[in-house]
Ligand binder design. Structure first.
Ligand code: ZN
Length: 468
């Protein structure tokens, strides 16, 4: 390209003109908008997006994109973690060490930040033979793994380590399904939890991902296989768990399956472990794609029966079951196929017009108008050659995915329309992914939560289609 000046992150300087930097995106934070009406010139809605760009084993820099919301959103949805890009004519600025923004971005090795401003700079894909060199950088730890702390040390000293940032090197043991939530100030967010451990302890730590890019990437994480190097994970008070815990912060950098020996070592350690590892939180819904364990209804029942002797330790496991659906309550008026919930605090309500009356919730204490959502709440009975499972539940996003339509759309259908959807599943051989949560002394029922349903007929059709 004429007139451009190819630069390495390491050689950047304030005032450099027409620079072109090539690198791989190793981290991407959520795109944000803000009100532009206070701006001097351009008063439309503004957007900002920060990502981290790496061009060598040692060097990476934080890049901030500024512009109209539309422009920034376009770039944010085009370039992802793993994209090899060229940043052209960005503005190099110094990092202020006491700048509070530093708290919310990864600790880059470069002493500068790069700004990409709409109209004066651009980002584009880099497509050249040297692309592979950059791809490799994605799986290299961003800091020496020797600096990682063992989980046992963190867990034993967690109170004293409050507000510190630590590096850990862990293997994933559980990945939850993605969740859409609405924050108290009304923004909708995607999140996903996962659990992990290292060789120092049998206790897993539960972590939450809030950045959309990582929530999506974690869809492909596999329990007992995916290894993560977390740099600058934060030890902080967690108001949901009501205790100090390890967490992923906006500063945290994640490297998936680092290309170092310790990765294979951790996998080997877990593959030798017989014990099944599932989430410690019975409310965490596993990602259906991570389930591999196939069982019959009889095997599920006997597993539950042998366990119920031991008291308050609630058993839970996730299985694939090949069965037929014999009943599904979707096509009668009295069937309670829908639940109404407060969108913010999730309290179940009787009527769509009700407020949740929860004084801790903005909708309940009157500081905002009630915001209720309708969710699907389907009860199913299953049958295989070994027995019956009665009263399985298919709710929320899993139900919408299965039926192929939203709760409100399904609610708007006539009963005969709903009945015909039901009959596309009934009495057909299906592969059902199921999360089984055993009873406790306080709650004497077993919960059979269905995570996904696929007709075996469709699965075979899909395969044939691929072979064609
Ligand atoms: Zn509420």
């Amino acid at each position: 390209m004429a007139g451009v000046n190819r630069q390495k992150i390491r050689s950047l300087n304030i005032g450099v003109q027409n620079s072109l930097i090539i690198g791989v995106i190793i981290n991407s934070s959520n795109f944000k908008t803000f009100d532009g009406s206070q701006m001097k010139f351009n008063k439309t809605e503004r957007g900002v997006w920060t990502f981290t760009l790496r061009d060598s084993e040692e060097d990476f820099i934080n890049v901030t994109v500024w512009g109209s919301a539309q422009y920034v959103k376009k770039l944010y949805s085009t370039f992802h973690i793993g994209s090899i890009v060229e940043a052209v004519n960005g503005k190099v600025t110094s990092r202020g060490l006491n700048d509070k923004n530093e708290f919310f971005v990864p600790s880059a090795t470069s002493q500068y930040n790069l700004s990409i401003n709409e109209n004066s700079a651009l980002i584009q894909f880099h497509d050249a033979p040297d692309k592979e060199e950059y791809e490799k950088l994605l799986a290299l730890p961003t800091r020496s793994i020797e600096l990682s702390k063992e989980l046992v040390e963190i867990l034993n000293n967690i109170e004293d380590m409050r507000d510190q940032f630590v590096d850990v090197f862990v293997i994933v043991t559980f990945v939850s399904d993605g969740r859409d939530i609405i924050t108290k100030d009304g923004r909708s967010l995607k999140c996903r939890s996962f659990e992990a451990l290292d060789s120092s302890t049998e206790d897993t730590v539960a972590l939450m991902l809030w950045e959309k890019e990582w929530v999506e990437r974690a869809e492909f994480w596999e329990p007992k296989k995916t290894v993560l190097h977390l740099v600058d994970a934060k030890i902080a008070y967690d108001k949901y768990k009501n205790k100090i815990a390890l967490s992923i912060a906006r500063k945290t950098l994640i490297t998936e399956n680092p290309t170092v020996q310790r990765t294979a070592y951790l996998r080997k350690m877990l593959s030798n472990r017989e014990k099944e590892i599932l989430s410690t939180d019975p409310f965490a819904v596993p990602n259906p794609h991570t389930i591999t364990n196939v069982m019959t209804i009889q095997e599920i029942t006997s597993k539950l029966n042998t366990w119920s002797n031991s008291v308050d330790n609630r058993i839970q496991f996730a299985v694939i079951l090949r069965a037929k659906i014999t009943e599904m309550n979707t096509d009668t008026e009295t069937a309670n196929t829908f639940l109404i919930k407060c969108a913010l605090c999730k309290k179940i309500l009787n009527d769509k017009k009700d407020s949740c009356m929860n004084l801790e919730c903005p909708c309940g204490n009157g500081s905002r108008i009630p915001l209720n959502t309708v969710i699907l709440n389907i009860k199913l009975n299953l049958k295989d050659s070994t027995g019956y499972l009665i009263g399985c539940r298919l709710t929320g996003p899993a139900a919408e995915r299965t039926l192929g339509c939203s709760a409100t759309k399904f609610q708007a259908m006539t009963l005969p329309e709903r009945e015909s959807i039901k009959w596309t599943f009934l009495m057909d051989e299906c592969e059902i992914r199921l999360h089984v949560i055993g009873p406790t002394s306080k709650f004497p029922h077993t919960l059979y939560n269905i995570l996904s349903i696929e007709r075996i007929r469709d699965m075979i059709d899909d395969k044939e289609f691929i072979m064609d």
